[in-house]
Design a protein. Structure first.
Length: 248
């Protein structure tokens, strides 16, 4: 049985300030949890419904297991329909953003992406196409937000996320900077080369003015129909697909 204090503690991790304070975040669903078990992330505790115990993989001895019933799972889950498993996972240590790690490859840069679903989908898409790193501005939605984590479907375990002041970072950068802008060159005609930072902006406002100043290669996804704009996660998928195509 979970105590009231345990329930209160786990529920506090639904909020960003307590995730930062305690250095833990939530992952739900056995499929996603397995991805983190196989990664470099450290698992603190896995709470599981006894009815689905047989789905648990062989676990390292340092992972705590705690059996809960459906009512308890309802109280600690962020989902309307809990999936039988919830894990507390240690937040990764902050990694320095090294430009050398970004050379000879393409990297997505997200400027003010706010929607957790969009962020999670972009991370999942990056993982699908083999992109290992994503750089986010500080005003982007937190990647350890439960909705973001859920939307990544475990891909967060494999994609490195960096948060940095974009104008400052781009000012000291020698890698070509591509930006998704309406008045840019078609992505299908662009000479991409072998490396680059590809900037995608906020859902409503686009790329911020200070970041636009750092773009030296504006590009666009050609519009054929009448839609005013593309969803940022859809745009990310199109860019990733094209970048993989031209590099292969």
């Amino acid at each position: 049985m979970l105590s009231k204090s345990q329930i209160s503690f786990i529920k506090s991790l639904h909020q960003k300030k307590y995730r930062k304070e305690h250095g833990l975040f939530l992952v739900e669903g056995i499929k996603s949890i397995k991805e983190f078990i196989q990664s470099s992330y450290q698992i603190h505790t896995i709470f599981y419904n006894s009815e689905q115990h047989n789905l648990l993989p062989k676990l390292p001895a340092n992972i705590n297991l705690f059996e809960v019933n459906n009512a308890e799972l309802d109280k600690i889950s962020t989902l309307q329909t809990p999936q039988g498993f919830l894990a507390l996972i240690h937040l990764p240590k902050n990694r320095d953003l090294n430009l050398n790690d970004l050379k000879n490859q393409f990297t997505l840069v997200l400027d003010g992406v706010q929607d957790p679903g969009n962020m999670g989908t972009i991370i999942r898409t990056a993982d699908w196409f083999g992109f290992k790193n994503i750089i986010c501005s500080p005003d982007s939605v937190e990647v350890f937000n439960p909705k973001t984590v859920q939307a990544t479907m475990g891909s967060l375990a494999r994609v490195n996320i960096f948060e940095t002041d974009l104008p400052l970072f781009l000012a000291d950068n020698a890698i070509p900077v591509f930006g998704a802008l309406l008045d840019g060159e078609s992505i299908y005609n662009t000479k991409w080369g072998k490396e680059g930072l590809v900037i995608l902006g906020n859902e409503g406002k686009g790329i911020s003015p200070d970041v636009i100043k750092k773009i030296n290669k504006p590009v666009t996804i050609p519009r054929i129909g009448e839609a005013e704009s593309l969803n940022v996660a859809v745009s990310a998928a199109i860019f990733c697909a094209e970048l993989v195509r031209v590099r292969n």
